[in-house]
Design a protein. Sequence first.
Length: 84
Amino acid sequence: MPTVLRIGPYRFYFYSHEPNEPPHIHIDRDRSSAKFWLDSVSLANNIGFSAKELRQLQSLVQDNQEELLEAWHGYFGNSSGRES
């Protein structure tokens, strides 16, 4: 599970066995977890985060989208078909 970024209590990471999915990032804090798609930032899954915190997380993902996509493509290559 490569950790890409840490902001405050949040850990941004992806699983090393998910190259066939579109680019995305997992975010954990304590026992809460969310997954956001990266090409067009949107929530894919949520376990435990409030709506308010999800809006904050989406903003963090948008603010760091380029870095997160670079990390994804640097790790998995261009398996999603997107040009790097």
